[in-house]
Design a protein around this ligand. Structure first.
Ligand SMILES: [Zn+2]
Length: 713
């Protein structure tokens, strides 16, 4: 959404800114066996044959289900990718891990994770990511030795195929050491846009979502075969679950996130426990002589409600450890045959349209038979008689509804009383909610008549969602969709903001500014709007206005590292070194794992004449991203000026290793080589520089040509 800001500081400095791209088990379990968790994004339970589908899309998952425990009433706590995965990987409800939607939230360092716990228990931990929402910077990477989301570094990459993810995971698993491992594998394919590869595209021309499901199933099948060859289909725990489903038009919802109907919150969940006891020094594959412990009764069906929050305590128990806190409970007793509670109220919530549009949040509890949805107009469904939730029974079953409402309130009260670890974090979450647009930051749905019920305005959201999807490939149609949303709801600030974004990207800056101001006047105060207003003002040379807008952005979102970073760049441009230093320091304070603010601080220190501090900061940037070409380059330039050509050359080479077409680094390397008497190398690098340098380096090109001539003579 944001334009990237570039600023040159020094001679030959190129881009100065990168905008950043439990309870114990009831029976003994063979400890220290491998654990594989596969989350399939956006997979509806009813697409699996084992869940009653007759479409024939999932032969591999169905074969797996025959040897696993299958849960028919597994409930995702949030039908959105990042918050749902945060629950799966912490065992906490959103009220505790504090991630409410995909954007603008980051798992706080105070929230303990399953991966940390397993790592502490001696497990090797690896995560293999399929889609952008669970990128490392979401905070989910904490506790993983390896977090493979590197494909996101290439521009415009937002997802990769199941086969690519599984190839990476397989390589990691193959490199097995003596340690047991925990692998989390995230497959994003069924998420929109639906574009299955051949031959699934042709086979599901009219139902491309089904094509994505069929493709993912085939990829998972190949992976499970590979695990079988390694002996892991007997030795490992394998959990397969979805983060949420997909509405596919039910209740007027095209994808997921807004509503809490079963199309999105009831997820497939299959768990296969190890069937042999792994011997400590045995290589998988030879390890077939262990005793059968038989904990997974093949084909066991668990029909009582469970939560995806139960997975982390279950996995922790399987690894012989326990989470420090959890809102879930281990599923091992149920897998072992315990009866369970059909009336356990499994929790679900959606703050999506509350955050985006200021509409009421929704919360629900689901038992085996009933679902109560708290909303301005509450709903009650009998899932046995009415699985598609078409007929609310609220009026006929008022007492039942009241009881479920009370259960929901009870869950909330329990959440509050357990909230000790991060009182401050909870405040920050409220601030994040406020900063993301309209949200009041309230954690309770507004009473009837006070807030908009999402089901009354779903048509508005459908237009906006279509517009978002069309933005990249067909901006004109996208503009039409946002305009349609504004016809349906003239004060919809989000639609205004997206219109403004379209115009901003098209370079229609005056119109963009007008639309951002309208959105803000309509009450939609989103930091991105201020950031882009700042960018427009900056391009027009109105630095004070830009500074004012960025200050509004960081006021709204004091943990927005990108906004702080931009403010620092702007202060640097205004020649206020002190203010720039303060802003970059704030960026570091809120996102210490990002290299850009360190880099920018390095350049500021250099400008202030503090070369030692500058080099320290540049090194710190490289600690966070060893392939940061510009940081290598700036370090090299410092060495060159300090007459340390050998170190300079080494750093220029590192810059060129990250970016072979880095013209400035070629020029610098040639200079260092001249100083070292390596004339042939210098000539080669000058020649390459002349070949690729852009025209604005006329002076440097002339200098390079003169140097080449001198070397020849
Ligand atoms: Zn998802």
């Amino acid at each position: 959404m944001r334009a990237s800001a570039l600023i040159a500081f020094l001679f030959l400095s190129s881009a100065a800114c990168r905008s950043g791209q439990p309870p114990a088990p009831t029976n003994p379990i063979p400890s220290r066996h491998p654990i594989v968790l596969i989350t399939i994004d956006t997979l509806r339970a009813d697409r699996l044959g084992s869940y009653g589908s007759t479409r024939g899309l999932t032969p591999s998952l169905d074969a797996f289900a025959r040897g696993a425990a299958r849960f028919t009433a597994a409930v995702s706590q949030v039908p959105l990718t990042l918050p749902s995965h945060a629950t799966i990987l912490t065992g906490l409800h959103p009220a505790h891990h504090l991630i409410r939607t995909n954007d603008g939230f980051r798992l706080a360092a105070t929230v303990p994770t399953l991966a940390e716990q397993l790592k502490a228990a001696g497990y090797r931990t690896g995560a293999f990511i399929g889609g952008y929402p669970v990128r490392a910077s979401s905070g989910l990477a904490r506790g993983f030795d390896r977090y493979d989301d590197e494909f996101l570094r290439s521009p415009d990459a937002t997802e990769r195929s199941a086969d690519e993810v599984l190839r990476s995971a397989t390589a990691w698993i193959d490199a097995k050491g003596s340690q047991p491992f925990f692998a989390w594998i995230h497959l994003f394919d069924p998420h929109s846009p639906y574009a299955p590869p051949a031959p699934f595209a042709a086979a599901h021309r009219d139902t491309p979502y089904d094509g994505e499901v069929a493709y993912t199933d085939a990829a998972v099948g190949r992976f499970l075969d590979r695990l079988g060859q390694l002996g892991l289909s007997v030795a490992a725990t394998i959990v397969i679950v979805a983060d949420h489903g997909e509405s596919l038009g039910e209740h007027g919802e095209r994808t997921h996130g807004t509503f809490l109907y079963d199309a999105t919150i009831r997820v497939p969940l299959l768990i296969k426990l190890p069937t042999v006891r792994p011997e400590p020094d045995t290589t998988y594959g030879r390890n077939t002589d262990g005793k059968t412990v038989g904990r997974t009764e093949a084909g066991r069906v668990v029909d009582v409600p469970v939560e995806t929050a139960d997975l982390a305590p279950t996995i922790a128990a399987l690894a012989g450890t326990a989470l420090t806190r959890s809102d879930g409970r281990s599923l091992l007793p149920l897998i072992g045959g315990a009866k369970g509670d059909p009336d356990r109220p499994a929790y679900a919530e959606s703050y999506y349209q509350n955050v985006l549009l200021g509409w009421s949040p929704l919360r629900a509890v689901r038992t085996r038979q009933w679902k109560y949805i708290e909303a301005p107009r509450a709903e009650l469904y009998d899932l046995e008689g009415d699985p598609h939730e078409l007929q609310s029974r609220l009026n006929e079953r008022a007492a039942l509804a009241t009881g479920l409402q009370r259960a929901l309130t009870g869950l909330e009260a329990a959440a509050r009383s357990k909230d000790d670890v991060h009182g401050a974090g909870a405040n920050e979450s409220v601030e994040r909610l406020r900063s993301l647009g309209y949200a009041s930051g309230s954690t309770a749905p507004a009473p009837a008549g006070r807030a908009i019920d999402p089901k009354d305005r779903v048509a508005v959201w459908a237009e906006i969602e279509d517009g978002i999807d069309l933005t990249a490939r067909d901006p004109a149609s996208a503009e039409h969709k946002f305009a349609r949303a504004l016809q349906l709801q003239p004060d919809n600030g989000l639609a205004m903001k997206y219109l403004a974004d379209l115009r901003f990207r098209a370079g229609r800056l005056r119109e963009a500014r007008e639309e951002y101001r309208r959105a803000i006047a309509a009450g939609f105060r989103h930091p991105d709007a201020y950031v882009n207003l700042a960018s427009i003002a900056e391009r027009e040379g109105h630095f004070d206005e830009a500074r004012e807008a960025l200050n509004r952005a960081v006021e709204l979102a004091s943990s927005d590292a990108d906004a702080w970073n931009r403010l620092g760049l702007l202060e640097a441009r205004r020649n206020d070194v002190g203010a720039a230093r303060r802003a970059f320091t704030r960026a570091i304070a809120v996102a210490g794992d990002r290299p850009e603010p360190y880099y920018n601080l390095g350049l500021i220190e250099r400008r202030a004449g503090n070369e030692t501090a500058a080099q320290t900061r540049l090194q710190e940037a490289l600690t966070r991203d060893a392939a940061y070409a510009e940081a290598h380059y700036e370090l090299a330039t410092g060495y060159l000026l300090a007459r340390q050509p050998e170190r300079a050359l080494e750093a220029y080479r590192a810059a060129l290793a990250s970016r072979p077409e880095y013209a400035e680094a070629l020029f610098g390397a040639a200079r260092a080589e001249l100083d070292l008497g390596k004339n042939a190398d210098a000539r080669r690098d000058y020649e390459r520089f002349v070949k690729i340098a852009p025209n604005e380096y006329r002076r440097q090109i002339a200098a390079a040509q003169a140097a080449i001539k001198r070397i020849k003579n």
